[in-house]
Design a protein around this ligand. Structure first.
Ligand code: ATP
Ligand code: MG
Length: 448
């Protein structure tokens, strides 16, 4: 019968029979019940005890019927203890006042004479809700604390997050940063791969040394090798002697973005420099040496590329000694509000309906899309409070990816088996988001 454990309920009513009835009813269900006979008495109990719920009458003298005293008490409690839910006890002739007060923040009202079962349900729901809120708040505070501790120990480069998933990832990134091994960062477009690479570099033992970035997707294939390894005069038409990035980054860090775009011959040369530290400039036979920490990033599915013969397996295993996988923004909803606020221009705020709209959007472009959305809204909004309508979020059909629905049962089963049931790993292998794989597993009736 203890359905109201560890909770304290304060009943404020001048009528002894009412107080006793509540005391008996709520006590047998496990609540601790405090009673008070007047508004002053009630307020003094609230001041000295941790109360989880208040049940209050509207009239406290036999001759009073207007409910004025109850209204005043309600407002005082609401102002002083805004988080404590409050139930009004009211005569059925005064329901209008009660309804007004519910609009003003009372949790509920009960008409006298009340029905015990309904009252208990109301009390239980309010206490559950209060507990859930307190737990969520404690969890948020705990997460914030963990993040602040991490930020005190490492340079987090201003990264913004609230989710556990990102905390684990950032924590891993900082802790492996000092090791002299390559890091592979995977994740969808705009999810923050470069931000994470910057964190690894900033906390590495070579943080004071050169840090160069090459986007392998932005250059035509012939030029990528020249960019990475340099050229001698006349290596090709118009080529001048030029230092490549591997040479320039010697002793420091090289970020290779969009690794999936590297050609076969580029992959072979990269593998060699990773294995031996040796390379030649284009158009030269002279072997040079370099020592560079490589951080590579990709949004393409390298395992699929390997199966299709587009990427060297040996190169992947050279690069992914440590692999950091950034989840899509939709898989870490807790981050959306914090990131949105972070991207606001100074002085701007978001309404609750704007925040709700942001949480409902699927964010195919991840954090970059969110950043653009907020920037545009700040530019276009005529006032500093941004409502949902000012966000102009495109309607995106949230359909499962085509390849997800095409996967048959045995493919999924085998991937799960190889990953020893670790869904994240199986998803990575199949080139799906974790959510997409869960959806597929559900469709196929498979358990993790
Ligand atoms: N957690 C974060 N906190 C603050 N800013 C972030 C965060 N994640 C991403 N950003 C910002 O969002 C933008 C996109 O991030 P980034 O360039 O790191 O993504 P990416 O995964 O490298 O994208 P792409 O696949 O297009 O190369 C950048 O402006 C970056 O500063
Ligand atoms: Mg990038």
């Amino acid at each position: 019968m203890t359905s109201l454990p560890n909770s304290t309920v304060l009943v404020i009513d001048d009528n002894e029979a009412v107080r006793t009835a509540f005391d008996v009813l709520l006590s047998i269900h496990g609540a601790r019940v405090l009673t008070a006979v007047s508004p002053a008495d009630g307020l003094s109990r609230l001041g000295s005890e941790a109360v989880d719920l208040v049940i209050q009458d509207m009239n406290f003298r036999r001759e009073a019927t207007t409910g004025e005293e109850g209204v005043a008490l309600f407002h005082t409690i609401r102002a002083k203890y805004p988080d404590v839910p409050l139930i009004l006890l009211t005569a059925w002739t005064h329901l209008e006042t009660a309804v007004e007060l519910v609009k003003a923040g009372a949790a509920d009202y009960i008409a006298k004479p009340w029905d015990d079962a309904r009252l208990l349900t109301t009390v239980r729901n309010l206490l559950d809700l209060r507990r859930a809120r307190a737990e969520a708040q404690a969890l948020r505070a705990q997460r914030r604390q963990a993040r602040d501790t991490l930020a005190g120990q490492f340079d987090l480069r201003g990264i913004v997050y609230e989710s556990d998933a990102m905390h684990t990832l950032v924590s891993t990134a900082t802790h492996i940063a000092h090791a002299d091994v390559p890091v592979l960062i995977t994740g969808p477009n705009g999810a923050g791969k470069e931000v994470l690479a910057d964190i690894v570099q900033a906390n590495s033992s070579v943080r004071a040394k050169p840090y160069l970035k090459v986007n392998l997707g932005a250059l035509p294939n012939e030029l990528i090798e020249a960019e990475l390894f340099g050229t001698e005069t006349g290596a090709f038409t118009g080529a001048r002697a030029r230092t490549g990035r591997f040479e320039a980054a010697d002793g420091g860090t090289l970020f290779l973005d969009e690794l999936g775009n590297l050609s076969g011959s580029g992959q072979a040369k990269l593998l060699r420099v990773l294995q031996t530290g040796e390379f030649e400039r284009l158009g030269s036979n002279a072997t040079r040496r370099t020592r560079v920490r490589v951080i590579a990033a990709t949004n393409s599915n390298l395992r699929l590329a390997i199966r299709e013969g587009r990427f060297r397996e040996d190169l992947l295993y050279r690069l992914n000694v440590i692999e950091l996988e950034i989840p899509a923004l939709i898989d870490r909803l807790e981050d959306i509000g914090a990131l949105a606020r972070h991207f606001l221009e100074p002085g701007f705020t978001l309404t609750q309906d704007a925040l709700d709209a942001l949480s409902r959007h699927p964010w195919p472009g991840n954090v970059r899309e969110l950043q653009n959305t907020i920037r545009r809204a700040c530019l276009l909004s005529s006032n500093k409070t941004i409502a949902a309508s000012a966000l102009v979020l495109p309607v995106v059909a949230v359909q499962p990816a085509a390849d997800e629905t095409a996967l048959d049962r045995s493919t999924v089963e085998q991937a799960l088996e190889r990953a020893q049931g670790v869904v994240a790993q199986a998803a990575r292998e199949l080139g799906l988001s974790r959510q997409a794989l869960y959806r597929r597993m559900e469709k196929l009736g498979l358990k993790a």
